[in-house]
Unconditional design. Structure first.
Length: 746
């Protein structure tokens, strides 16, 4: 008998409410939850199509082991884990803890058990080789917060519900649904701003889906820092800033004012291509509108100075009087007593900080305990103490997501052990020794701790598993417990953790993600404080009494800055030397041989590299193409659908072009996550985006450098926007050869 279960989507940050129809432990369908207090019946195509992923015939359902001939064979969990454990211990004894590594992809963040257990295990192991998708996405947000607030775990978010003037830079929330911000129905929230008489300005090189609905201000790629410096210049120069209040809130105000004096809009206009008067209008509106904010995301993060740019976003909000006030850029509140002291203590006793361990290759910093993923290949191939010899990859496909994927693909073959935990076979785990089947989000219970302070309307929802694990799939944290058992005799800290786990099990109180989540719920906003607050929330009450989730406060609360700044004097730091030294990297990067600038883009029916195998998301055919302005295409003799070669200093790809006026001249946009090459079981993905060059699309990251010197210095982020490129028509003879990717001959 079919039955309906309340749950929520965990593909991206809005966490929209869903109704799952289940029959005989099988997921039949998904639809939006109309009674969800925030998403109110909205879900994107990716969320609705997830039924196809759960039930995909190509999905991995049993452990696989690589045979000597390179093919995979099915084995039992006992066999796989016993062999993995033995080989892991061998690597540890031969090369030490710092030879073992882990890479986790974006979906790991949407599983509390996955991210917590990985972090704890790797932290106790003491290895520097922890990598994540964050170094291609968000790590400089953490570093900027470290320098500004002394707290890398805090991030201000726009008060979408009350703002009247919003400037969006390098973000496309109509497609992404928000990032470092959880705001279901974000499109509706943005339109509500204009409906109440406000304005939304979108600063972006591309006339994005968001920009089409509001005021588009085109900008040259990777000049966001200059634009923000000019806004600060106007705020100080026109005496729009409350200097007395600023000095109470922050240190380094005078130094910042002196610095930005050199960045008048008239000075930066040649680089940003934004009219100086428009810059002044934006600055005045930010200061004079009672409720205003600036919000930036991936486009502001992936340039040469992403950490500086991210910090400048917060500085503009602060100087304009819009930080930590209603309708401005605000801080979420977990509501946990002693929250500030707890964060400070966590930073001191763990690797979750910026200063400290640096990478063996490139001498780049770790961010929240993770090293730059762009360096993985070189950490594998560079001999010496700490050389990476064993690698676990969970919920990730770094061959397609990090720069120079061919370099990583080749390096993986040199490992002594590689293990993948995933729901699919993919381009990365095609090189693994073992591939272990993981659960999907609907096969586990969850309460997402990392996003609780990012809701624009404070909200909580927990879910039970909708269906049992399919096939032999297991949750990642349970596999990590097995690995802890294997290494317990080898390392004291892990031995202590393992002993604690065993004791807790014997006492009938095993340590689980649900147990940890329950503690956070009970101590946090709306929680029962372990019985001290009558009727307060627990995990059980969320599931049983509030299956659609519950709003725990009508709005974000002002006055949270003091809780988020961990410096002793409680003031923001505006002139950290490390940030200020990044100014030198704003110098002009001219290269007449590469006159165009590459940017990335999201697609409404894609999520990085792992949702190209769902037929519902491929309807109507998918063309992986480079978007170009008509002026740029005409000069190069290109028409709609023609095959073109795109080259950078680092690589070369070939793909069709799409001609559109929805992009600034001189800019080329190519979606990421493609480049499926026939590996494993991606039947639909390998056949998608078919053109004269073949199927599967091409990997745009072949154009991106993995050289340590080219990574952003403070966060180790890959430089993926504003990359100098050239585009040329592809000859008929080359088109017939199917030459899609080759090393640059430069």
């Amino acid at each position: 008998m079919p039955m309906e279960k309340h749950t929520y989507c965990r593909i991206c940050e809005p966490l929209c409410g869903m109704i799952a129809t289940v029959d005989d432990d099988r997921l039949i369908s998904l639809r939006p939850d109309k009674e969800h207090p925030l998403s109110r019946g909205f879900a994107c195509p990716k969320g609705i199509a997830f039924t196809e992923i759960v039930n995909d015939p190509d999905r991995l359902r049993h452990p696989l082991r690589r045979r000597p001939d390179g093919e995979f064979e099915q084995v039992s969990w006992d066999t796989a884990l016993d062999e993995i454990g033995r080989r892991l211990v061998e690597v540890h004894r031969a090369s030490g803890s710092d030879s073992i590594g882990w890479y986790f992809g974006n979906p790991a963040t949407f599983s509390t058990g996955h991210v917590l257990w990985t972090a704890i295990f790797m932290n106790l192991l003491g290895t520097p080789h922890v990598y994540s998708a964050g170094s291609q996405d968000v790590n400089n947000r953490f570093v900027a917060s470290h320098f500004l607030y002394g707290n890398p775990l805090t991030a201000p978010i726009p008060d979408i519900n009350r703002v009247d003037y919003l400037v969006i830079i390098g973000a496309n929330p109509v497609v992404s649904h928000g990032s470092v911000m959880s705001s279901p129905r974000i499109r509706e929230g943005l339109n509500a701003i204009t409906a109440r008489g406000g304005s939304v300005v979108v600063v972006d090189p591309r006339h994005t889906e968001t920009a089409r609905e509001f005021d588009w201000l085109p900008i040259t790629p990777d000049t966001d820092a200059l634009f923000l410096l000019s806004l600060l210049h106007v705020l100080f120069d026109e005496d729009l800033a409350d200097r007395d209040r600023l000095r109470r809130q922050a240190r380094g105000v005078k130094e910042l004012e002196t610095l930005v004096a050199a960045y008048a809009p008239e000075t930066t206009a040649d680089r940003t291509d934004i009219d100086p008067e428009r810059v002044r209008e934006v600055a005045r509106s930010l200061a004079r509108t009672e409720r205003a904010a600036v919000y930036g995301r991936v486009g502001t993060s992936l340039g040469r100075t992403g950490t500086l740019t991210t910090a400048l976003l917060d500085m503009v909000n602060l100087v304009a009087g819009n930080l930590d006030v209603p309708g401005g850029s605000m801080f979420g509140d977990l509501g946990i007593p002693g929250q500030r002291l707890g964060v400070t203590a966590l930073q001191r006793v763990s690797s979750f900080r910026w200063a400290g361990r640096r990478s063996r290759v490139g001498n780049l910093p770790q961010v929240l305990g993770t090293a730059p993923a762009s360096l993985m290949a070189k950490e594998i191939t560079t001999p010496g103490r700490g050389q990476l010899r064993a690698l676990f990859v969970s919920a990730g496909n770094p061959v397609l997501s990090v720069p120079n994927g061919d370099e990583l693909r080749s390096a993986l073959d040199e490992l002594d052990l590689m293990v993948s935990l995933d729901i699919y076979r993919n381009e990365t785990n095609a090189r693994a020794d073992y591939i272990l089947p993981a659960t999907t989000m609907y096969e586990r219970e969850d309460f997402l701790l990392p996003f609780q302070a990012l809701f624009t309307t404070p909200f909580k929802q927990a879910t039970e598993a909708v269906i049992p694990p399919q096939g032999d799939a297991r949750e990642e944290w349970t596999v990590i417990n097995e690995l802890i058992g294997f290494l317990a005799p080898e390392k004291l800290l892990i031995r202590s953790l393992h002993a604690g786990n065993r004791l807790a099990q014997r006492l009938g109180r095993p340590v689980t993600p649900r147990g940890i989540s329950d503690l956070a719920i009970r101590m946090g906003l709306g929680g029962d404080r372990f019985g001290l607050r009558r009727g307060g929330l627990t995990y059980r009450r969320l599931v049983e009494d509030h299956p659609h989730g519950v709003v725990v406060a009508d709005d974000l609360a002002p006055g949270q800055l003091a809780k988020n700044v961990t410096y002793l004097d409680g003031r923001i730091r505006l002139a950290a030397p490390e940030l200020m030294s990044e100014i030198e990297r704003l110098s002009v990067d001219t290269d007449t041989g590469y006159p165009l600038r590459l940017i990335g883009m999201r697609e409404i029916r894609s999520e990085n590299s792992w949702q190209h195998n769902a037929p519902m998301l491929l309807r109507g055919g998918r063309s992986h193409a480079a978007r170009m302005h008509p002026d740029d295409a005409t000069v190069r003799g290109l028409a709609e659908g023609d095959l073109a070669t795109v080259a950078s200093r680092h690589g070369r790809i070939s793909l069709p072009v799409t001609i559109t006026e929805d992009i600034k001249p001189g800019v080329v946009a190519i979606p990421h996550g493609w480049g499926h090459n026939g590996s494993g079981g991606w039947t639909q993905a390998n056949a998608a985006a078919e053109n004269d060059l073949g199927a599967g699309g091409v990997n745009v990251n072949a154009l991106i450098s993995s050289d340590p010197a080219d990574l952003e210095r403070l966060a180790g982020m890959a430089n993926m926007t504003g990359v100098p490129i050239q585009v040329s028509a592809m000859s008929d003879s080359r088109a017939r050869t199917g030459d899609t990717v080759e090393p640059a001959r430069l």
